[in-house]
Design a protein around this ligand. Structure first.
Ligand SMILES: Cc1ncc(COP(=O)(O)O)c(C=O)c1O
Length: 391
C-alpha cells in the first residue's frame, strides 16, 4: 500500500541531473579529453560519434549536425539537389507530413522550399495515417514529392505500406526520428528505412546532449555527401563552395557527451519500457483514459508516456497532478495547420484533420524519467486514480 507521506518532492518529467550523476565518470572523462586536445570544431569525437551511431543503427552514413531541425533541412535540401538539380524544392513540390508533431517538422519543409501538406493521424497511435496519405496522393497525382513520417512519442510508424507506396509513386521518405532514437520497426532501426532519418539530440530526447545537436542517417552516398557539404557552408572545401549552405556543424563537446551517453541508450530505453509497463498495469481499463497503443512490429521506446484524457477533463487532471507536485506536459496543444506560420497559403490541409485536433485537446504526457523509482510511478498512478475517484 502506497503511503501518502512517501512522496513529498516534485516529480519532474525528466531529471537530467540524476542521469548525469549516473553517467558522471564517462561524461566527465569525455569532456576532459576535449579540454586536453582543444579541437572544438569537428574534433575527433565528431567522426567517432558518427561511426558509432552508424554501427548502432546499421546505417551506411551518419552525419552529425547542429540540431534535429537542421538535420531535417539538410536531408531535404540534399534530396532536392540530388533529385531536382536545384538548390531548393519549388513551392509546387508538396511534402506530406502530420500536423500532430513539433513545429520543426513542418518548418523544415518550408525552409527547404517545398509546401507542407498535412494529413490526419491514426487516432490509436497518434502517427500519420497511411490511408490518409494514399487518399491525398491519389487525388493529387504528380504534385507530391515525398513524405515525412514522424515516429511520435518514440513509437514506430508502420513503414511496410509506406515504403512500397513511396516506391510505386516515386516519393522520397525522410523519417523524423527526433523522438525515437533506438526504436525499430520489424528489427530495422528507425531512421534507416527511408531515404534519410533525422535525429534530435536535444537534452530531453532519449539520447540527449548538453545543448542542441542532431544527426542525419542515410544509406545513400549522394545524400550523405550533399548533407555533409551543406552543413559546412555548402562545399567540400570551406573556402570554395558549391551550394547554398549553412554553418550547422555539431560541436566537438556535444559529440563527446553523446558518445559517452550512447553506451547507455539501450539500458535507458528499456528502463523507459519498464516504467511504461507499470503505467499500463495500473491504469489499464480505467474509464476516461486511453493508454498508448501497442501495435505489432511498431516498437515503442516511450520518449513520452502519453495518455488520452477524454470528456474535456485533461486540463483539470493536469492541474490536479500539478497540485500534487507531479509535472506533466501537453505535446502538442496546437496542431501545425492551426499555426500562423502555416497559414496564408504556405501549407495545405490534405483532408479532414479532426483526429489531430481532438488529440491536441486530450493528450497528456506523464513523467517518464528512466531512473525514476517504481514508488514514484505508483504515486503518479494513485493521484490519477484519486482524480477519477477510484480507490
Ligand atoms: C518530432 C520532432 N521533430 C523535430 C524536432 C527538432 O529537433 P531539435 O529541437 O533538435 O531541433 C523535434 C525536437 O524537439 C521533434 O520532437
Amino acid at each position: 500500500m502506497l503511503k501518502e507521506t512517501t512522496v513529498t518532492k516534485q516529480l519532474p518529467m525528466l531529471d537530467l541531473r540524476l542521469e548525469y550523476e549516473y553517467m558522471k565518470a564517462d561524461i566527465d572523462s569525455a569532456i576532459s579529453r576535449c579540454l586536453d586536445h582543444q579541437k572544438w570544431i569537428l574534433g575527433p569525437e565528431v567522426s567517432e560519434l558518427e561511426q558509432n551511431v552508424a554501427a548502432y543503427l546499421g546505417a551506411s552514413h551518419c552525419i552529425g549536425c547542429s540540431s534535429g531541425t537542421d538535420a531535417l533541412v539538410l536531408a531535404l535540401r540534399a534530396i532536392a539537389i540530388k533529385t531536382r538539380g536545384a538548390e531548393f524544392f519549388d513551392r509546387a513540390d508538396q511534402v506530406i507530413t502530420t500536423p500532430f508533431t513539433f513545429t520543426a517538422t513542418g518548418d523544415a519543409i518550408l525552409r527547404a522550399g517545398a509546401t507542407p501538406v498535412f494529413v490526419d493521424i491514426d487516432p490509436s497511435t497518434f502517427n500519420i495515417s497511411m490511408e490518409n496519405i494514399k487518399k491525398y496522393v491519389s487525388g493529387n497525382r504528380g504534385k507530391v514529392a515525398g513524405i515525412i513520417p514522424v515516429h511520435l512519442y518514440g513509437q514506430a510508424c508502420d513503414m511496410q505500406e509506406m515504403v512500397s507506396f513511396a516506391m510505386e509513386n516515386g516519393l522520397f521518405i525522410v523519417e523524423d526520428v527526433a523522438q525515437a532514437f533506438g526504436s525499430d520497426w520489424k528489427s530495422k532501426k528507425l531512421g534507416t528505412i527511408g531515404d534519410a532519418g533525422c535525429y534530435s539530440f536535444f537534452p530531453s530526447k532519449n539520447l540527449g546532449g548538453f545543448g542542441d545537436a542532431g544527426m542525419v542517417a542515410t544509406n545513400d552516398g549522394v545524400i550523405a555527401e550533399l548533407a555533409r557539404m551543406l552543413l559546412k557552408h555548402g562545399g567540400k572545401d570551406k573556402y570554395n563552395v558549391d551550394h547554398v549552405g549553412y554553418n550547422a556543424r555539431i560541436d566537438t563537446l556535444h559529440a563527446a557527451v553523446l558518445l559517452a551517453k550512447l553506451k547507455y541508450i539501450d539500458e535507458f530505453n528499456s528502463r523507459r519500457k519498464k516504467i511504461a509497463a507499470i503505467y499500463r498495469e495500473q491504469l489499464e481499463g480505467m474509464d476516461g483514459i486511453g493508454l498508448p497503443a501497442e501495435t505489432d512490429g511498431c516498437h515503442h521506446v516511450f520518449h513520452q508516456y502519453t495518455i488520452r484524457v477524454g470528456g474535456g477533463s485533461r486540463d483539470l487532471l493536469q492541474a490536479h497532478l500539478s497540485g500534487n507536485h507531479i509535472s506533466t506536459m501537453v505535446y502538442y496543444p496546437v496542431p501545425l495547420h492551426d499555426m500562423l506560420v502555416f497559414k496564408n497559403g504556405r501549407a495545405i490541409e490534405g483532408g479532414d484533420l479532426s483526429c489531430s485536433e481532438k488529440a491536441a485537446t486530450e493528450v497528456l504526457s506523464l513523467p517518464i524519467e528512466p531512473l525514476m523509482e517504481k514508488e514514484d510511478v505508483l504515486f503518479v498512478c494513485a493521484k490519477i486514480k484519486d482524480f477519477f475517484g477510484i480507490r
